[in-house]
Design a binder for this molecule. Structure first.
Ligand code: ADP
Ligand code: ADP
Length: 225
C-alpha cells in the first residue's frame, strides 16, 4: 500500500478546472517530480495531496486515512507532524536568524530552546549553511536561503517533503546544489519528496515523473534512472 494515494482529483477555482482527473501514488522514501507547463495544475495537485486545499471530488488517502474525513485541526496536526514544506521563496521569517528559523518548527512542537537549536545546528551543517546560522534571511543569498528552508523542512523528521518550485528563483548551479542536498538528506532520513518543477534538470533528481496537462496526470516511462 502506498504512503499516499490520490485518485481522480477534480478542483475548480473558476470556469476552467485546475484539476480535471489527477491521480498519483507516492511510496515511502520515493522522490516524485510533478512536471508540466505553467498553469497545468501542478501546484494545485501538490496543495491537495498535502491537505492544504480540499479537492471538489476524488479521494486522498494518507497512511490509510482519508484526508477529507479528517477535521481541519486533525489535518493541520498531521501536516505539522508528518510533512515538511519548501516553497519558491519568501518562506523564512525575516525577523529571525536562520538558526531560529530552522529551530522554529521544533519550538512550536514544544521542544526546549537548547534542544531545538542543537538539532537545527545539525541540519544547517548538513545543508552546508552553518556559516549563516546567525544571519537573518535578508542578509544571505537565494541559494543559502533555500538550503536553510530545506533544513527547516527536514528538522522535524517528516515522512513527506512537499517542494513547490524550490529552485525556481535560483540559477542552475545553485538549483542543482539545493536539489542534490535535498534529495540526499531525504534519502538518508527515509522521507519521500513530492517536487513540483517545470525544469527537466531539476526533475532529473527524482525517481519518477508525473506529467500534468490541463489538470490531468499521466506517468512518464523512465529508462535508466
Ligand atoms: P501550475 O502549478 O501548473 O502552474 P496551478 O495549479 O498553480 O498550476 O494553477 C492551475 C490553474 O488554477 C491556473 O489556471 C490557476 O490560475 C488556477 N488557480 C490555482 N490556484 C488558484 C486560486 N487559489 N485561486 C484561483 N485560481 C487558482
Ligand atoms: P551561495 O553560492 O553559497 O548561495 P554566494 O556565493 O552567492 O552564496 O554568497 C556568498 C556570500 O555573500 C554569503 O555568505 C552571503 O552572506 C553573501 N551574499 C550573497 N548574496 C547576498 C544577497 N543577495 N544579500 C546579502 N548577502 C549576500
Amino acid at each position: 500500500e502506498p504512503l499516499l494515494h490520490a485518485v481522480d482529483l477534480h478542483k475548480s477555482f473558476g470556469p476552467t478546472p485546475a484539476l480535471a482527473g489527477a491521480s498519483m501514488d507516492l511510496a515511502a522514501g520515493e522522490v516524485v517530480a510533478i512536471m508540466g507547463p505553467s498553469g497545468s495544475g501542478k501546484s494545485t495537485l501538490l496543495h491537495c495531496t498535502a491537505g492544504i486545499v480540499a479537492p471538489d471530488s476524488g479521494r486522498i488517502v494518507y497512511r490509510g486515512r482519508e484526508l477529507s474525513a479528517m477535521s481541519d485541526a486533525a489535518r493541520s496536526a498531521l501536516r505539522r507532524s508528518e510533512f515538511g514544506f519548501v516553497f519558491q521563496f519568501g518562506q523564512l521569517v525575516p525577523e529571525l536568524t536562520c538558526l531560529e528559523n530552522v529551530a522554529l518548527p521544533l519550538r512550536l512542537d514544544g521542544h526546549k530552546r537548547r534542544e531545538a537549536e542543537r538539532r537545527a545546528t545539525g541540519w544547517l551543517d548538513r545543508l552546508e549553511v552553518s556559516d549563516v546560522a546567525h544571519k537573518r534571511p535578508g542578509e544571505i543569498s537565494g541559494g543559502q536561503g533555500q538550503r536553510v528552508a530545506v533544513a527547516r523542512a527536514l528538522v522535524t523528521g517528516p515522512r513527506v517533503v512537499f517542494a513547490d518550485e524550490p529552485t525556481g528563483a535560483l540559477d542552475s548551479l545553485n538549483g542543482e546544489r539545493v536539489m542534490k542536498l535535498l534529495t540526499e538528506a531525504a534519502r538518508d532520513t527515509g522521507a519521500a519528496v513530492v517536487l513540483v518543477t517545470h525544469e527537466p534538470r531539476v526533475a532529473a533528481y527524482s525517481d519518477r515523473e508525473i506529467v500534468v496537462r490541463d489538470g490531468r496526470t499521466r506517468e512518464m516511462e523512465l529508462t535508466g534512472r
